[in-house]
Ligand binder design. Structure first.
Ligand code: AP5
Length: 208
């Protein structure tokens, strides 16, 4: 399976991607995670990317496309992959066509008014990358690996509003883009993570 997960910031792409990748044995390619790993290492790419992510802006297309192209060529993608956070612009979607074919685009649909609450309550684990929400987990220590949880730099309220604005302007057009080529399927993301996953599994049965 070669899948794309689409959705606004905070829609639950990362939460569902973890479950899908595990259940179907797919490589999970999150461009946000890849950029945060570069930032943590303090590489030139990481420093450059942080100047965009901290403002809620997109990192330039050429940088992201090169990063994804290299990642998809790695061996673990031979059995299928799940793109989480890519493509995010029509330009990136056009570039992806030249890199790989895609079996399905799953759009996680969540009303805008829910997104800010989801993102502002998010807590991240620096050890294993797990993501939590304070409404579901009140601890300050990761229950999977024991590391202390932190708040992402781009989860500040003013940045979140800009991320949603940028999503509406640059990423939402991909809904029409993938509807027009027949690849788009949507799930109602305004349900529990378990219910959303069940809806996605129903869609993925079509590909088996
Ligand atoms: P990225 O890391 O991809 O961020 P994002 O797309 O804004 O998405 P988020 O990670 O905020 O949310 P999510 O949908 O994964 O939700 P999650 O599962 O965590 O990108 C960060 C930045 O990097 C971008 O702003 C950009 O600058 C740059 N970048 C990345 N890719 C790029 C690209 N292709 N091109 C250019 N720039 C790029 O869930 C959110 C919270 O809600 C969590 O607390 C979770 O526990 C909770 N939650 C999840 N599901 C549910 C549910 N069903 N009910 C209740 N709560 C839920």
């Amino acid at each position: 399976m070669k899948l794309i997960l689409l959705g606004a910031p905070g829609a639950g792409k990362g939460t569902q991607a973890e479950r899908i990748a595990e259940q179907y044995g797919l490589a999970h390619i999150s461009t946000g995670d890849m950029l945060r790993a570069e930032m943590k290492k303090g590489t030139e790419l990481g420093v450059m990317a942080k100047s965009f992510t901290d403002k809620g802006e997109l990192v330039p297309d050429d940088v992201i496309i090169a990063m994804v192209q290299k990642r998809i060529s790695e061996r673990d993608c031979d059995n299928g992959f799940l793109l989480d956070g890519f493509p995010r612009t029509v330009n990136q979607a056009d570039a992806l066509k030249t890199i790989s074919d895609i079996d399905m685009v799953v759009n996680i649909d969540v009303p805008t008014e829910r997104l800010v609450a989801r993102i502002s309550g998010r807590r991240m684990c620096p050890g294993c990358g797990a993501s939590f929400h304070i409404s579901m987990y009140r601890g300050s220590i990761c229950d999977k690996c024991g590391a202390e949880l932190y708040i992402r730099d781009d989860d500040k309220e003013e940045t979140v509003y800009n991320r949603i604005k940028v999503y509406n302007e640059k990423t939402q057009p991909l809904i029409d883009y993938y509807t027009d080529n027949g690849l788009l399927k949507s799930v109602d993301g305004d349900k529990s993570p378990e219910q959303v996953f069940e809806s996605i599994k129903v869609l993925l049965k079509e590909l088996k």
